[in-house]
Design a protein around this ligand. Structure first.
Ligand code: LLP
Length: 431
């Protein structure tokens, strides 16, 4: 199996965290998101322990909320000692409602509104990751009004293209995010931050992209960030205490993807950063990372009931399921790869190639094309694997489909983390 939290039981059913997925579908209905909480916790610990061990000091990971945001995930993250990033007032509200300690939160976003800035300062968010000069001025002004000094990091674009998908790469100079080092705008915002009385500049942030399998792009980004830090020290006497390298480590969605040893990659990045710090005579800064996908993706499975199975003679076969792009828009958006199987026939050999289609009135509503499956029948259960990241968080109500519930699996027990949306929920805001 793709990940070791997946298995097949004596009934030939797919299991996640040793729990029978067919029984879960019977209990909660379909479509259904499952999340293996023990796996989420293990992934958090991998990052926390490796970052503490190899980077030292107070270095550690922030959960990237965008990958999965609901109250339960913030409780788990808080219990594990994670920090979190937040990119919207909605994520902030959810984290606060879950009791997440907001002094451990980092507020992101390339276009924080005045209202967002006020809310975040009023809520006691630990850090802002400041995108641009205008925003800096607003934060400084509001912090002065509230008589506080707000801690900040500056989001910089190091000009790295990690060669992943264009749409999910963000560290290039031509980007809507941050201030570019290459153009001199980064130095300008450092100067402005140092001159702003109601902010405390703690360091720098960058994020180069997503689904990155090697450590080289992170090392390249660190080189640029540390060289910049040394320059700013020489120019303004300011040395960064914190360098945040963003998120982006890849995840194995299909057999063809490599197995990544995150701890080993962190060790290699740390070795590289220490050498650079020595070269530039910099203190080893606190290093932060913002993993999203690599914390939650392999903890998730989505279950669907198979409906029509259609073969278009001379073309291809379609297996339609009772969900689709509203619960997983990633194939429609990015042609993302996924592994799928018939969960109630998990020990039978695939004998059929099909395109998995959703139920929306849209031909692009596909979950995956040309996958090998056991030939399914109406009523079978189709499982799509590794759906813990950017599925629930990107879900919509397109075609007025209610969003599926999210069931949490922990220590052999299952419980609802998010209940199923009802038709009443769908019209609740309609006047
Ligand atoms: N930090 C920042 C500033 C980010 O922009 C992102 C992702 C992350 C952390 C987390 O990256 P991760 O570790 O999850 O790769 N919706 C897309 C992904 C967009 C990611 C954008 N930023 C998808 O479904 O693949």
């Amino acid at each position: 199996m793709l990940h070791n939290n997946l298995g097949i039981n004596e009934k030939g059913h797919l299991t996640l965290a040793d729990i029978d997925t067919v029984e879960l579908a019977e209990k909660y209905g379909t479509p259904l998101y499952l999340l293996d909480v023990d796996r989420v916790r293990a992934n958090c610990r991998t990052y926390i322990e490796a970052m503490r061990k190899y980077f030292g000091g107070t270095s550690g990971p922030l959960l990237a909320s965008k990958a999965l945001s609901f109250k339960g995930i913030y409780r788990i993250a808080a219990e594990e000692g994670m920090r979190t990033d937040l990119v919207s007032p909605g994520e902030l509200y959810t984290a606060a409602a879950a009791g997440f300690p907001l002094e451990r939160a980092y507020f992101h976003g390339n276009n924080k509104t005045d209202a967002d800035i006020e809310l975040a300062i009023d809520s006691g968010v630990g850090y802002f990751i400041v995108d641009n000069l205008e925003e800096l001025a607003k934060i400084n002004g509001y912090a002065a009004e509230k008589k506080v000094r707000q801690r900040i990091l500056l989001r910089l674009t190091p000009g790295i293209d990690p060669h992943t998908q264009e749409k999910i790469s963000t560290g290039k100079v031509d980007s809507k995010f941050g201030s570019a080092i290459e153009t001199g705008q980064a130095a300008e915002i450092v100067k402005a931050a140092l001159d702003s009385e109601n902010v405390i500049l703690c360091g720098y942030h960058c994020h180069i992209g997503s689904q990155i399998f090697e450590c080289t792009p992170f090392c390249d980004a660190a080189d640029i960030m540390l060289a910049f830090s040394a320059q700013m020290r020489d120019r303004f006497g300011f040395e960064a205490e914190t360098v945040n390298l963003g998120g982006g480590f890849g995840v194995r969605y299909v057999q063809g993807h490599p197995v990544i040893d995150y701890a080993e990659n962190i060790r290699l990045i740390a070795e590289h950063i220490r050498a650079r710090c020595a070269e530039f005579s910099l203190k080893m800064p606190e290093i932060l990372m913002e993993p999203g996908r690599s914390i939650v993706a392999d903890a998730g499975v989505t279950l669907y009931e198979v409906g029509s199975v259609k073969t278009i003679t001379g073309y291809k076969s379609y297996v339609s399921v009772d969900g689709g792009m509203p619960d997983n828009p990633r194939y429609a958006l990015y042609q993302s790869e996924y592994s799928a199987l018939i969960a109630n026939k998990a020990n039978e050999a695939p004998n059929f190639v099909a395109t998995i289609a959703g139920r929306c009135c849209e031909s692009g509503d596909l979950i995956q094309e040309d996958v090998s499956l056991v030939r399914p029948e109406r009523g079978d259960l189709l499982a799509v694997l590794v759906t813990g990241a950017y599925n629930y968080s990107m879900a919509s109500n397109y075609n007025r489909l209610p969003r599926p519930p999210l069931v949490l699996l922990e220590k052999g027990e299952d419980r609802l983390g998010v209940r199923r949306e009802t038709f009443e929920d769908l019209i609740a805001l309609d006047l």
